[in-house]
Every structure is written in structure tokens, then in C-alpha cells.
Design a protein around this ligand. Structure first.
Ligand SMILES: [Ca+2]
Length: 199
């Protein structure tokens, strides 16, 4: 496995990243590892450029929800990939208040093709979730929640030029994101990676 990019926000800033949209901040209020994480409470992201490729890519991040969307069609985005410059319509893991039944559910969002893959899994506040997203150009992307495949959705027919964490659109709620890993093969849980490194 090649880890393409990772950050646990130990530096208390976004110096490892290429830039931000909106005004995300680091925080010590809720952390999965170390002292700092990233607070997301609006449409805001932290992004990094990666080598443009049509190969399969994975991003994993941990998220803790303090509050969830209260209005239908709102989200808290988590992590994803974006083509052709960061503003080129991302493909990302999110939680979405589904207007079909007014429940908040983990989901995949393809903003490029403007469609959704909605799970029946409802997030809770006050706990960490391990979120993993698979992206493959023109293939089936996949969302894993705590290691379990929950939904697939067709990816755009574009390369992955950027990775990001946060919430690109329609945000309502408050969440904390930590322990981001981007890799070229399926990423085991963080605890497994630590074991591999010890060996
Ligand atoms: Ca951290």
C-alpha cells in the first residue's frame, strides 16, 4: 500500500494541505488522535492536490457529529475527491437529510452528475465514525461506515485531481474530522495500519 497523503492535524494548522474553501478551523474540542482535529460547521473544506490519475483511490477519515442537519436536503460533508481543480464538482461521503422521510443518513454525493447514493444508516451525535470512500473514474464508488460497505454510486468520468475533507455544499450542523489517509489501495482501519508499521 502506498499512502499518498495523511494528516492527523498535530501541527494545529493546514500546512500539509494546498488550501481551504470557506473558513474551516482546527479545534481541540473533539479529537480522535492527538490534540487537534478540524471543525466543520458551514460549507467549508480543506483540500490537497494529488497526481491526476484514473486509478482507484481511497480516502479514510474519522468524523464526530455534535449536531446534524435539521432541514431537509442539507448535509454535513465528510471527505472526497474532486476533478479538474477543486471547484470541479466533487464526489464525496456525506450525511444528508433525505426529504423522502426527513431522516439524516450516510450517503454518497456525486455533484458532477448531480446524483446521490443514500444509505439507510442514520448517524448519531457524540461518537466517532470511520468513513472510507472509494473512487474510480467511470466506475462504482463505494462508501464504508466503520468498515462495512453501505452504498455504491457511479463516479464521474474524470480523474481525481484533489482530495478534501469537509462539506462543500448545503451544510447544516457541526462536526469534527480527524486522521485523514489517502491511499492507492483499500485502507485498513487505522489500528491495523499502526500494527503494520510496528511489524
Ligand atoms: Ca488529530
Amino acid at each position: 500500500m502506498v499512502i499518498i497523503f495523511s494528516d492527523k492535524f498535530a501541527s494545529n494548522d493546514f500546512s500539509e494541505w494546498a488550501g481551504t474553501t470557506g473558513t474551516p478551523t482546527t479545534s481541540s474540542a473533539y479529537v480522535h488522535h492527538g490534540t487537534y482535529s478540524v471543525k466543520i460547521d458551514a460549507s467549508e473544506t480543506v483540500y490537497e492536490g494529488i497526481t491526476s490519475t484514473d486509478a482507484t483511490r481511497y480516502i479514510e477519515a474519522y468524523i464526530y457529529f455534535v449536531s446534524l442537519p435539521t432541514s431537509n436536503n442539507y448535509q454535513v460533508g465528510i471527505c472526497g475527491f474532486a476533478p479538474t481543480g477543486f471547484h470541479g464538482y466533487p464526489f464525496f461521503a456525506t450525511v444528508y437529510k433525505d426529504p423522502a422521510d426527513s431522516k439524516v443518513k450516510f450517503a454518497l454525493r456525486n455533484a458532477y452528475n448531480n446524483n446521490w447514493g443514500i444509505t439507510d444508516i442514520e448517524p448519531s451525535t457524540g461518537q466517532w465514525y470511520c468513513i472510507k470512500l472509494k473512487y474510480i473514474k467511470s466506475g462504482n464508488g463505494a462508501l464504508y461506515v466503520d468498515g462495512v460497505l453501505r452504498v455504491t454510486l457511479s463516479c464521474p468520468s474524470v480523474n481525481t485531481d484533489y482530495v478534501f475533507i469537509g462539506s462543500p455544499e448545503g451544510t447544516q450542523g457541526e462536526a469534527y474530522i480527524d486522521c485523514v489517509i489517502v491511499a492507492d489501495v483499500d485502507i485498513p482501519c487505522e489500528s491495523s495500519i499502526i500494527v503494520v508499521q510496528v511489524m
